[in-house]
Design a protein around this ligand. Structure first.
Ligand code: AMP
Ligand code: GLY
Length: 423
């Protein structure tokens, strides 16, 4: 089989490495991939948002199955366009990807179907939003409606900060059209849990839970990033919580999307907060999370491609989706300065015995050598029988990798360890 994977980050590298385990796979194309992914797939210089280019390539190269991993092409209708040419895909159609593509859509969906989430108001003009903020409780949370590279959420401690956030989104258009509509919502508290799930619109199979570390610096200080590390499973996500989430969130969401005529097929990601009043949805993503995928897929014992194809063919209930009971930890090595200014172009050295644990996110090949090309450069995942061992192992592997200006958090998994002690 010839497989095409759209995207070019650490998540896509993890998906590709896992798909490669299937013996029927003869070729994997990554569009566009990256310098590190090139070791596992043929990278093709077609951008992830170039829907025509992707379809054209797939047709000309006889692709048998496509996996569309990032949010942008999903929201832009890459799956619809590939399916039109008869190419089966893993990922939701645009009509369902809107669950991530529009926060207004997802909030209204949850309200309509009684799915627990933060209280909220939607605003279409700046004046009404500013007026609302005169009396709104703080802290409050301001969210741009559309995709904003994970930066469209501002937690405002004061009314003045909240108003500035509204002005930046609606007047200065810092997120472009994504800020034409905004959501202002209740500030929730509690541990966060990421749950990725497979769903074919009939069955929903949650994967092992995970914990992201979004802030740049140790102790959850510094700016929000695309994710500095992950662990799986997430110790806050007990069996009782999982049962409650299945009943009150996962099944109702899949049913709600069906009822709206927007059947979701693919990986539906639930960003949850375990509040004192029970689990609530912070966000939905229409895709695998990054860097959650880099700890979740290494724990998957079943064949990924088999599960994906079952999702596409709406027979997920017929296949086994099995996860190991081990722990995984992924530490992201970034370029110093990320998520703000950073330098790139530094040579990366990865010892051969470590390569299988590495998922490359931002690196390019230059004169045959791997060099840094992004803020987040690579993730290093270790799997072990316990969380402390997984953490120790991933950091020992990190120390074997070198590039100038490397930066990483030293406390990935520390909060999860504390949670385990508390239980
Ligand atoms: P998102 O980009 O939607 O993942 O949001 C980024 C982060 O903002 C989340 O991971 C939460 O930590 C935080 N956040 C979003 N919504 C809320 C909320 N209603 N209350 C508290 N924190 C929130
Ligand atoms: N790790 C959060 C996301 O993928 O959006």
């Amino acid at each position: 089989m010839k497989i095409l994977v759209v995207g070019g980050g650490g998540r896509e590298h993890a998906i590709i490495k896992k798909i490669k385990e299937n013996k029927e796979v003869e070729k994997i194309f990554a569009l566009p991939g990256n310098g590190g992914i090139a070791a596992d797939a043929e990278c093709v210089n077609v951008g992830a948002k170039d829907i025509d280019g992707i379809v054209d390539f797939a047709v000309k190269n006889g692709v048998d199955y496509a996996v569309v991993a990032p949010d942008d092409p999903l929201v832009l209708g890459a799956v619809d366009a590939l399916e039109e040419k008869g190419i089966p895909c893993f990922g939701p159609r645009a009509s369902a990807a809107i669950i991530e593509g529009s926060k207004v859509f997802s909030k209204n969906l949850m309200k309509k179907y009684g799915i627990p989430t933060a209280e909220y108001e939607v605003f279409y003009d700046e004046e009404s939003a500013l007026e609302y903020l005169e009396t709104a409780p703080v802290p409050t949370v301001i969210k741009a409606d559309g995709l904003a590279l994970g930066k469209g959420v501002i937690i405002a401690e004061t009314r003045e900060e909240a108003k500035n956030a509204v002005r930046s989104m609606m007047e200065d258009k810092v997120f472009g059209k994504s800020g034409d509509q905004i959501v202002i919502e209740e500030f929730l508290t509690g541990p966060e849990v990421s749950v990725l799930s497979f769903t074919d619109g009939k069955t929903v199979v949650p994967m092992v839970s995970s914990m992201d570390h979004k802030r740049a610096h140790d102790g959850d200080a510094g700016l929000n990033t695309g994710g500095m590390g992950t662990v799986a499973p997430n110790p806050y996500y007990t069996e009782a919580v999982a049962k409650e989430c299945m009943e009150k969130i996962f099944l109702p969401t899949v049913a709600a999307m069906n009822a709206e005529g927007r059947t979701f097929k693919g990986c539906l990601y639930f960003g949850l907060m375990l509040t004192p009043k029970g689990p609530k949805v912070i966000e939905y993503n229409c895709r695998f999370g990054d860097p959650e995928t880099q700890v979740v897929l290494p724990l998957l014992e079943s064949d990924l491609l088999t599960v994906m194809r079952a999702v596409t063919e709406e027979r997920l209930s017929e296949v086994e989706v099995k996860f190991s009971h081990k722990d995984a930890c992924c530490v992201i090595m970034a370029s110093d300065g990320y998520p703000e200014k950073y330098e790139k172009g530094f040579e990366i050295s990865i010892p051969e015995e470590v390569a299988k644990n590495v998922y490359v996110a931002g690196a390019a090949l230059k004169d045959g050598k791997l060099v840094t090309s992004g803020g987040r450069v690579l993730g290093v995942t270790a799997v072990a029988d316990s969380l402390p061992e997984a953490i120790e192992k991933s950091y020992s592997l990190v120390e074997k990798i070198h590039f100038d200006n490397a930066f990483y958090r030293r406390d990935i998994g520390a909060r999860a360890l504390l949670a385990k002690e508390e239980n």
